[in-house]
Design a protein around this ligand. Structure first.
Ligand SMILES: *Cc1c(COP(=O)(O)O)cnc(C)c1O
Length: 416
């Protein structure tokens, strides 16, 4: 019998999450030397001079914008699709988000879009590498440098992606990586900031030191989330328990179970939660030191899987790899006219798929700032995550390719 193929994975063993949950109940969370070790290892890994660990990527972005002392009311160029927390910190600093549309080949800003959006008030940009695709970062960076714009790269979904052999995250003034659940280097939450400038680093150190004592309960709850996701995507459990539930939910309400890790809150925050400003723990740093050594291997396996699936599907639409880029495909996105129909058809063929859980922050109803971003709308409405993670077998990959091919040719799924 063949087990159904789950939509995604947690990049840990179940046993590691169980041990982590148990040991997090008593381990010292504040061993500074362990955090320093991990920061140094991460900086070296990316090819930057410095790294600093924060509780979330959004906190790292907050810190960078704060210590840079950007005047209130300045404009900041933002990606239309990302986590809402990034919009929340930008607004909390009284900065004005300007949404620039993405390019559908690279899922990142196109240079013309940035040029059009720049005004004398533009002071910063958050370049986001969606799903592990690498754009022509040099071209984007040139425009930013010419206009004296402070560049933040969010490479949460693109750890180890490169352009001209230089890693994503090492191009901007700062790079920010979220080591949260389902990411390829997952330290039970965390936001790692890399930079090269010594003055900026010292200011960020002061900000880091001002953060509050971490809560053990928060940490344990993050580990439990990972453990739960890890168990739920274990093949046998997924096949016999989770997948039947997803199928029932899909029958009752098409599209109800299509978001990768579920639906997220879209309401506007009145103030930033205190847990965004607690220190990263040495427990997390210790896990990071252990997990970072295997990321290259899992990347290579996933990239190989995507190549294999691509070689077997004909006529599908998906993002491109530019000639100087190395994409790492955190998720392999295929565009379908009707992803809800495609999800159902693939379910019948034993493949679970999903769409992004990120929000389209350029059109949130409860927020006052909006932008016209048709390509982002297209990605948001038509992009389906197709399993490609490292643990898949050749047989799985053949099944996935067959399912994708069926959807490409199916009238209901793909009648553009
Ligand atoms: C996962 C993710 C984050 C998460 O940020 P946190 O603040 O650490 O939760 C940020 N940006 C992107 C693009 C992500 O995919």
């Amino acid at each position: 019998m063949r087990y159904v193929i789950p939509r995604g994975i947690v990049y840990h063993k179940v046993s590691e999450d169980i041990i982590a949950a148990l040991t997090a109940t008593y381990k010292n969370l504040e061993q500074e030397s362990v955090i320093k070790d991990f920061e140094q290892k991460f900086a070296k890994y990316i090819g930057s001079n410095y790294a600093l660990a924060f509780p979330f990527a959004r906190t790292a972005i907050y810190a960078a914008l704060k210590v840079r002392n950007i005047p209130k009311g300045s404009e900041i160029i933002m990606p239309p699709i990302t986590i809402k927390g990034i919009l929340d910190v930008v607004l909390d600093l009284d900065l004005h988000p300007v949404f620039v549309d993405i390019d559908l080949d690279t899922l990142c800003f196109n240079p013309e879009g940035i040029n059009e959006a720049i005004s004398p008030k533009t002071k910063s940009i958050i370049i986001t590498y969606l799903y592990g695709i690498v754009p022509n970062i040099e071209e984007i960076l040139n425009i930013c440098n010419q206009n004296n714009i402070f560049v933040i790269e969010d490479f949460s979904q693109c750890l180890n992606g490169t352009f001209k052999n230089k890693k994503a995250g090492s191009y901007g003034n700062v790079g920010v990586y979220s080591s949260s659940s389902t990411k390829t280097l997952d330290t039970y939450g965390g936001g790692l900031l890399v930079c090269n400038d010594n003055k900026l680093y010292n200011k960020l150190c002061n900000f880091q030191a001002s953060l509050k004592t971490p809560s053990r309960l928060n940490l344990i709850s993050k580990i439990i989330t990972d453990l739960t996701r890890n168990l739920a995507t274990t093949r046998s459990i997924f096949h016999f328990i989770v997948f039947p539930l997803i199928k029932i939910a899909t029958r009752i309400k098409p599209g109800s179970s299509i978001k990768h890790t579920g639906n997220r809150d879209q309401k506007m925050l009145k103030s930033l939660p205190a847990i965004w400003f607690e220190r990263y723990t040495s427990f997390q740093a210790y896990q990071g030191l252990k997990f970072i050594d295997r990321v290259n291997k899992t990347d290579e396996e996933r990239i190989k899987n995507v190549g294999y699936i691509k070689s077997l599907i004909s006529g599908g639409k998906f993002p491109k790899e530019l000639s100087y880029s190395k994409n790492i495909y955190w998720q392999f996105v295929v565009f379908f006219k009707n992803p809800i129909a495609a999800q159902r058809l693939m379910q019948k063929m034993g493949v679970d798929t999903s769409t992004t859980s990120l929000l389209k922050i350029s059109s949130l109803e409860s927020y006052p700032y909006h932008g016209e971003t048709p390509n982002a709308d297209y990605l948001y409405n038509h992009g389906l995550f197709t399993p490609s993670y490292p643990s898949l077998t050749d047989e799985d990959l053949n099944d996935i390719s067959k399912a994708v091919n069926s959807c490409i040719r199916d009238e209901n799924c793909n009648n553009w």
